[in-house]
Design a protein around this ligand. Structure first.
Ligand code: 5GP
Length: 179
């Protein structure tokens, strides 16, 4: 199928997932999470910066009590993973004794997530799960399987709805593949 492509600030972006598709995935995920955590309180740990729009939309649809915290973990520069994982902002709310749900934008190689999960696990949460908007299965280097996944795809570098390329394009309401 022919895709809508346009040039924006130096890169050609081709539409991959419309705002409507994203919003129906977010609704589906929020509904599953609300059912699974019924009667429980949840700590959402949002991975900055890419997951901000996703987490904001998801959190507003979850029907159980939540508190939110933010971590910043980076392994990307431009469109390539550097393989070096750095934490630039840590969690502020104690994880011990809470039901924790990590909210990610994309699980790609899985290296970032497995690093974060190991750290959080060591702090003794009651439960620890992952919700990702995009599960990019084609690049996996470690065996991490998100508990909740919206869009499953194989490859391609994506921008929009929080996802950036050198800090550009986060504000786009849909998700595009960079050509
Ligand atoms: P991983 O450690 O799983 O390889 O990388 C996870 C992180 O890399 C994601 O949270 C995201 O920030 C970034 N990332 C991976 N794939 C993409 C992509 O297609 N587009 C953008 N903008 N970031 C990506």
């Amino acid at each position: 199928m022919e895709r809508f492509c346009e040039k924006q600030r130096g890169y050609t972006l081709c539409l991959s997932y419309s705002a409507e598709r994203i919003s129906s995935e977010v609704e589906r995920l929020a509904s599953a999470i609300s059912t699974d955590y019924e009667g429980k309180a949840l700590l959402l740990i949002v991975v900055l910066k890419g997951a901000i729009f996703f987490a904001a939309d998801l959190a507003r649809l979850i029907r159980c009590p939540i508190v939110m915290d933010f971590v910043k973990i980076s392994s990307y520069e431009g469109t390539k993973s550097t393989g070096t994982i750095t934490i630039t902002k840590d969690c502020e709310i104690a994880v011990a004794g809470r039901h924790v749900l990590v909210v990610e934008d994309i699980v790609d190689t899985g290296l970032t997530l497995s690093f974060l999960l190991a750290r959080l696990h060591a702090e003794g949460p009651l439960s620890l799960k992952v919700c990702t908007l995009i599960d990019k299965k084609g690049h996996r280097k470690v065996d991490v399987i998100p508990d909740y996944a919206g869009i499953v795809c194989e490859d391609g570098f994506l921008v929009g709805y929080g996802l950036d390329l050198d800090e550009q394009y986060r504000q786009l309401p849909a998700i595009y593949e960079v050509q």
